[in-house]
Design a protein around this ligand. Structure first.
Ligand SMILES: [Fe+2]
Length: 173
């Protein structure tokens, strides 16, 4: 006996299933995740500005500018993604900015910055498998790759500074 008129093939059925049913984030979950990342990146961009202003030498300045510009880029990307979802981008600055700038010394700030960037990497790695939209997925993957790259860049800068001359900010105090 054959089954009467199946509604659709399994493939079509999967394509029509809701995001949540398929294990993807729905719109509200995406808005929440992107907003949290946007607030963190806004804090990161402000940290970058602070590091540029306090940079004691060209090596530190180059790194600070890279961090500032990259964090600002991801702020723009996340804000646009939120607008595409019909959400108003959050204007909040994550409390990470205050935490980094409250500590003294370039090296300590860079070390804390990298811990924050590591948090973003873990958030993105958890988020990516739940993003169904190809464009947003590619943007978040680029953000993940850039964060991994900047963490390594910061590690190399820290190693250079720890192995070489003293941190001029700390030694000036
Ligand atoms: Fe970041």
């Amino acid at each position: 006996m054959t089954r009467p008129n199946p509604p659709s093939s399994p493939v079509c059925f999967a394509a029509e299933a809701s995001d949540s049913y398929m294990g993807y984030h729905d719109r509200d979950e995406l808005v929440q995740a992107l907003s949290e990342l946007l607030e963190a990146e806004r804090a990161g961009a402000k940290v970058g500005v602070g590091l540029v202003e306090a940079a004691p030498d060209p090596d530190a300045l180059a790194l600070a500018r890279t961090v500032r510009d990259d964090e600002a880029r991801w702020c723009r990307m996340l804000a646009q993604a939120l607008r595409r979802l019909g959400a108003k981008p959050s204007l909040k600055v994550g409390d990470f900015y205050g935490k980094v700038m409250a500590i003294d010394g370039l090296e300590a700030r860079l070390a804390l910055l990298n811990r924050g960037q590591g948090w973003v990497v873990r958030k993105l790695e958890a988020l990516l498998p739940k993003v169904r939209d190809d464009t947003l997925h590619a943007e978040l993957k680029a953000m993940l790759d850039a964060h991994v790259e900047n963490i390594e860049l910061t590690e190399r800068t820290l190693a250079r500074r720890r192995g070489g001359s003293a941190d001029p900010i700390s030694s000036a105090r």
